[in-house]
Design a protein around this ligand. Structure first.
Ligand code: M6R
Length: 612
């Protein structure tokens, strides 16, 4: 987590840095800060959101054409002014911003204290900038060399930018494990945790690799080398994202915009890949490994949070269509339990950000054991796609709201296409069923447009339950993960305790919670185990629970039992999650808004979880 941004060029740095911080605020919002060189190194930082920093610097000197800025998600030390970044070195001539964790900071700190260093904060980052100053002085090195030498003593993850009061010509950046993008404009450089603060100024970017550093000097080409001092030739990428995709576009919140974007984001996930007219699905990113995947003895899916829920939907899809056994693992558990993985396994890692530390570590572990690793990620150029053997981007566009919405439906779309393509290759699906599913998948964006029209009704339902203290979400089969996802959405943005259960499991415990106060959201499409779900609804009603049911258009049976129904268009059973998720996202959104919660930046959370 944490967002970093830096600027060096002909313009005033402050407005660019502040705008960049706003764009990166989704990565953490415990505190923020800025350091700009204008003769002096002026450093300002504040607990709280970027807007609080802006208020704090009003009337102060923020002029200068080189600077660094940071928005923090606290790891070491409380969210307060002292622990906010940037940090000064001992002599206050150097300053640093950092995203990541320096694991051996304690031992480094002890050594530095013995040498007279005094620390103002509890952070690992301050230790690093003191170390850089210490190395620079003791070995009389120029700054970039001191950074390089210091980084060789560091264990952990970092994306850093260092500036010196004595040098307003250069930014020094380095990366290992945390993301860092360098934008190259006309006589200017920008550095950021992702491309969103950069896109307004240039489309040309360099993605630093792990253990690489960049020396960016006015009027010169960027110099890239490894921290073991090997010069690298940078590859300059062209960004394809547009500015509209990272702005609210008239919506009150990013989350609402992203919910309403889903017809488009799903279409983008399918564009050029799903060709219903020809009965073809073509996923270029994994073609090379098609045979290996379809003949895999087992597929293991690894992910966290919402992406883990997408993996659970993937399990149903792959097992049903390809008949390959699938196991779904929390990346954070997988990596610490000596998992049994062999060269015959195919691992699919799913991540919106492509930066989730646990998923990344799980990938590395599975790779060491010889498995083929595929990635399903949204953020182009992020760490996971670069760590995997092959994969497919979801192309959902930037997701800024911390609560994942359109990324989930795009991940499920990708998994559906993958499963269908492999099943067809493998012969585990008939031509006609394959065609039927492809055609129906291509209709999903239009069906979601219809579901989005239920927003006013969902808002009315939200009004009735906005003060609930608990909620249950129930679904069966492929809709069980939808229930889990609905519950996660509600708890993370409205802070109402919510649990998702397979509907039939309710009677093994959770039923004890049901009373007239308890809203129970049931995904009850007229498919599969519909009759069983109807029985589960009756069990809830018998205990006076309140039923909010997501049903297929025209359903009368559940309508007669439920307190509220939200209708969704009929579709193939395997595709219901793509549609049924939408009203649950809307319900969470409206409840959270009515409770006065900050839906785009829920408390204690960050969008990219780059720490374990
Ligand atoms: O970027 P990733 O998909 O790897 O992120 C995984 C989770 O951190 C993420 O899905 C999280 O659970 C969201 N806040 C859910 O809305």
């Amino acid at each position: 987590m944490c967002g970093i941004v830096a600027y060096l060029g002909d313009r005033q740095a402050y407005p660019i840095l502040i705008k960049g911080l706003h764009r990166l605020e989704y990565r953490g919002y415990d505190s923020s800060g800025i350091a700009i060189i204008n003769g002096n190194l002026n450093l300002y930082k504040r607990k709280g959101k970027v807007s609080e920093l802006e208020a704090f610097v009003e009337g102060k000197d923020v002029s200068g054409t080189i600077g660094i800025a940071h928005t923090r998600w606290a790891t070491h030390g409380q969210p307060n002014d002292e622990n906010a970044h940037p940090h000064f070195s001992q002599n206050k001539e150097l300053s640093i911003i950092h995203n990541g964790i320096i694991e051996n900071y304690n031992s480094l700190k002890e050594e530095l204290m013995k040498r007279g260093h005094i620390f103002d904060s509890e952070t690992d980052t301050e230790v690093l900038i003191h170390l850089i100053e210490d190395v620079q002085k003791n070995e009389t090195l120029e700054l970039s060399e001191a950074v390089r030498v210091a980084l060789n003593q560091v264990v952990g993850a970092y994306a850093i930018v260092v500036i010196s009061q004595n040098d307003n010509q250069r930014l020094i950046a380095a990366k290992k494990g945390s993301p860092l993008v360098i934008g190259i404009g006309e006589n200017e450089f920008l550095i950021a945790s992702d491309a969103t603060p950069i896109i307004e100024y240039t489309r040309k970017v360099i993605y630093l690799e792990d253990e690489e550093m960049a020396i960016l000097e006015r009027g010169k080409e960027p110099e890239i080398k490894s921290i073991s001092n090997i010069v690298r030739t940078p590859y300059i990428h062209e960004l394809t994202m547009n500015l509209d995709s990272i702005e609210k576009g008239g919506y009150e919140h990013f989350m609402l915009k992203e919910i309403f974007e889903q017809p488009h984001s799903i279409s983008e996930s399918m564009r050029g890949r799903l060709r219903p007219g020809e009965g073809i699905i073509s996923l270029g990113g994994i073609t090379q490994y098609k045979n290996k995947i379809k003949n895999a003895k087992r597929i293991v899916m690894i992910a966290c949070g919402t992406s883990w829920h997408a993996a659970l939907v993937g399990e149903y899809l792959f097992e049903e269509l390809t008949r390959i056994p699938v196991e779904v693992e929390y990346a954070s558990e997988f990596r610490y339990r000596n998992p049994i993985i062999t060269e015959d396994d195919v691992v699919i890692a799913i991540s919106q950000s492509g930066e989730t530390a646990d998923t990344l570590a799980a990938i590395k572990l599975a790779k060491e054991k010889g498995a083929l690793i595929l990635g399903i990620c949204n953020v182009v150029g992020s760490s996971i796609p670069r760590e995997t053997h092959a994969g497919s981007y979801t192309h959902a566009g930037p997701e800024i709201g911390v609560a994942s919405t359109k990324a989930f439906t795009s991940q499920v779309t990708l998994l559906t296409m993958m499963a269908l393509m492999l099943a067809h290759e493998k012969g585990t699906i008939s031509d006609s069923h394959h065609q039927q599913l492809i055609t129906e998948l291509s209709n999903i964006p239009t069906k979601i447009e219809a579901v989005l029209k239920t927003a006013p009704l969902v808002k009315e339902i939200a009004e009735k339950y906005k003060n609930s203290r608990n909620a249950l979400y129930l679904g069966r089969g492929i809709n069980f993960p939808v229930a889990l996802e609905g519950a996660l959405k509600l708890k993370e943005i409205s802070y109402i305790h919510a649990e998702g259960y397979p509907a039939a499991e309710m009677k093994h415990g959770p039923i004890a919670l049901i009373d007239e106060e308890m809203p129970v959201v049931v995904i009850a499409p007229k498919k599969g185990n519909y009759d069983k779900v109807v029985s589960n609804i009756q069990e809830v009603k018998a205990r006076k629970g309140k039923i909010i049911a997501v049903v297929t258009e025209g359903d009368t049976e559940v309508r007669n039992m439920a307190d509220h129904v939200i209708e969704i268009p009929d579709t193939e059973e395997l595709l219901v999650p793509l549609i049924a998720t939408i009203p649950l996202q809307l319900l969470s959104y409206y409840i959270a808004i009515m409770r006065g919660c900050n839906v785009d930046q829920p408390r204690n959370l960050a969008k990219s979880v780059t720490v374990e």
